[in-house]
Design a protein around this ligand. Structure first.
Ligand code: SAH
Length: 283
């Protein structure tokens, strides 16, 4: 255990030998880790981490062995089965194992599969949720994932399935009709196909969209566009994954809520992008 990174006093759980803690690391900024994640980092003998986990976070576990188990769409990477069985082996060796995954481990992260395999092999697990990129990443971009004047529901969608193709199992027409705001993970590769499917299902071509790349990291970039132009604008911009696509009018709120631009001294572009006046003061 390292004591270099103190935790607030309290009864923090002990990561026991032979246990695996499956933990979300948040979208990037190390400040978005939870205290349970920090508690885990301080105790682990081995940290098995994904491509989307910022390396700076590993500095908080200097005593541990760091093992990369990256999985990036289209690139050769450790197979899911191999990762899960490696976790089983490490646990059986009596290691204190921290499986660190980007965002939240149970949001498009195969955390459910890994935890199931561990439990099937009799290994004890603890799940530590994290801030998912589709919520926290959008917040860093100044986009509230829900807003009373925009949406009463939000749909999280994956743009890939296990084959790396757009998920055939997804009913894009119902998704298009299902909620006012869509948050699409892993959507860059198939942005054109996704946009076409949504347009064909009746979403308007001028619907606001944002592409939030490397959210919460020093490389964060945000593209504001419309559904009709999204694919072409992504191609022109040269933006790269990881990115969250957000489709819906909540993207307009960035005109007032781009807090990072405000912090740099820029003026808000539009104090009332939804033309609502000042509802909080009226009620
Ligand atoms: N479990 C993760 C998602 C894993 S799937 C979570 O809860 O956030 C990987 C996808 O997540 C990426 O393709 C991208 O769509 C999204 N993602 C993860 N980190 C991101 C980041 N910092 N910025 C933008 N998108 C990110």
């Amino acid at each position: 255990m390292t004591d270099s990174f103190p935790l607030p006093s309290g009864a923090w759980p002990e990561l026991k030998p032979g246990w695996v803690w499956l933990c979300g690391a948040g979208p990037g900024d190390p400040g978005l880790l939870t205290l349970h994640a920090l508690n885990a980092l301080r105790q682990a003998d081995v940290v098995i981490y994904d491509a989307l986990v910022q390396e700076a976070i590993l500095d908080w576990a200097p005593q541990a062995e760091h093992v990369y188990a990256g999985k990036r769409g289209g690139k050769p990477s450790a197979k899911q089965r191999d990762i899960s069985l490696r976790l089983v082996d490490l646990a059986r060796e009596g290691k204190r194992v921290l499986r660190l995954k980007g965002g939240d481990p149970f949001v498009f992260g195969r955390g459910g599969e890994e935890a199931q395999t561990l439990i099937q092999h009799g290994v004890n697990v603890r799940i530590i949720p994290g801030i998912s990129a589709g919520i926290g990443g959008l917040a860093y971009a100044g986009i509230p994932v829900t807003h009373r004047d925009v949406n009463q529901s939000v749909t999280f969608v994956t743009g890939h399935d296990q084959s790396g193709e757009t998920p055939q199992s997804l009913d894009w027409a119902s998704i298009a009709k299902g909620s006012q705001v869509l948050v699409i993970y892993m959507g860059m590769k198939h942005a054109e196909r996704i946009a076409t499917a949504l347009l064909e299902a009746g979403r308007p071509a001028d619907e606001p969209c944002a592409v939030v790349c490397s959210a919460t990291t020093p490389d964060e970039k945000v593209l504001e566009t419309t559904l009709g132009r999204m694919a072409a604008d992504i191609a022109d911009s040269g933006l790269e994954p990881p990115a969250i696509l957000c489709v819906g009018r909540s993207v307009l709120m960035r005109q007032v809520l781009d807090w990072q631009a405000l912090a740099r001294g820029e003026a808000p572009r539009n104090l009332d992008p939804l033309n609502r006046g000042r509802p909080a003061e009226a009620s």
